[in-house]
Write a protein that binds this ligand. Structure first.
Ligand SMILES: C[S@@+](CC[C@H](N)C(=O)[O-])C[C@H]1O[C@@H](n2cnc3c(N)ncnc32)[C@H](O)[C@@H]1O
Length: 271
């Protein structure tokens, strides 16, 4: 699939080069030459990925504070006009270690006791180590461990596409959100099969590089069900949410433009 997508379209090729460039030492010409040779030769994904993993040197720290600060800034800018003045409780579903959760909570002027995050026990074989400064709970991935109408704001960032039964989680989000509360979603816009594949490959590269799991382990455990922007909006409407706004082109930064998987933000309210 890597080779096929690489040849299929210049935008996909550019994106794959960006992704691959993150995981290889760009200065080591031998590694890069060998990698592109393998792609040209139509080698299977497993062989290409194992080669990159073996030769990886440094990579961007995915769970870094600068990244969390950058992302929470974007979220806050997107949200702020629609926020009500007094947020009692904020929940982040799929919070991972909570860096983004806490950063956004601080921008909302919340105390640690008002910032909540939940995630599954382990994902891609990785145990989550919460950063602190918020109330973390691990849960079964479906039954949100809070009472009805508890949260004024719920975020679910780059997480919905990892959840098998979206119907269950959407009813749960609805249950725990207060009437007129806000739900902010960040997702990939998977509007074609090729984009779905690019998203899959992105996760494959990140997981084998960042978590150092093998290609076989990844294939066994990984789950993805992506939606297009429109599909996701329709799903939320079906579960009783009203769309407040979607991120438009003006909102996207340069990285989003060069990224064909087109991450987007959608804000909903519970009626
Ligand atoms: C791509 S990470 C996103 C992490 C963080 N929200 C961010 O935007 O950087 C996806 C997260 O979804 C979590 N996850 C997977 N299944 C989940 C579920 N059923 N409920 C909540 N979180 C889940 C994973 O553990 C992981 O932390």
């Amino acid at each position: 699939m890597i080779s096929k997508l690489f040849r299929s379209n210049p935008t996909y090729r550019k994106y794959l080069v960006q992704l691959l460039g993150k995981f290889t030492n760009k200065l080591d010409k031998n590694i890069v030459t060998n990698m592109y040779h393998m792609i040209k030769q139509n080698e299977p994904d497993e062989k290409i990925v194992n080669f990159i993993q073996k030769n990886r040197i440094g990579m961007e720290e995915l769970k870094s504070e600068p990244r969390a600060s950058r992302i929470s800034n974007v979220l806050f800018q997107f949200l702020k006009k629609d926020l009500k003045p007094n947020i009692g409780a904020y929940l982040d579903i799929g919070c991972n270690n909570g860096l983004i959760t806490v950063e956004l909570g601080k921008k909302l002027n919340l105390k640690s006791s008002q910032i909540y995050g939940i995630d599954v026990e382990d994902f891609s074989g990785q145990k989550i180590i919460p950063v602190g400064g918020f109330v973390f709970s691990s849960y079964d991935g479906y039954n949100i461990p809070y009472t009805d109408d508890y949260f004024d704001l719920v975020t679910c960032l780059m997480t919905l596409h990892h959840i098998k039964h979206i119907d269950i989680i959407l009813s749960e989000i609805k249950r725990v959100t207060k009437k007129h509360g806000l739900v902010l979603v960040k997702e990939h816009n998977a509007y074609s099969e090729e984009i779905d594949w690019l998203i899959f490959l992105k996760h494959l590269f990140y997981d084998v590089m960042d978590y150092n799991i093998t290609y076989e382990e990844f294939i066994k455990t990984y789950f993805q069900k992506c939606y297009s922007k429109n599909q996701l909006v329709e799903l939320f409407k079906k579960y009783g949410f009203e769309l407040v706004k979607l991120s438009g082109k003006k909102f996207l930064n340069r990285y989003h433009y060069s990224n064909p998987t087109q991450t987007f933000y959608a804000l909903f309210t519970k009626n």
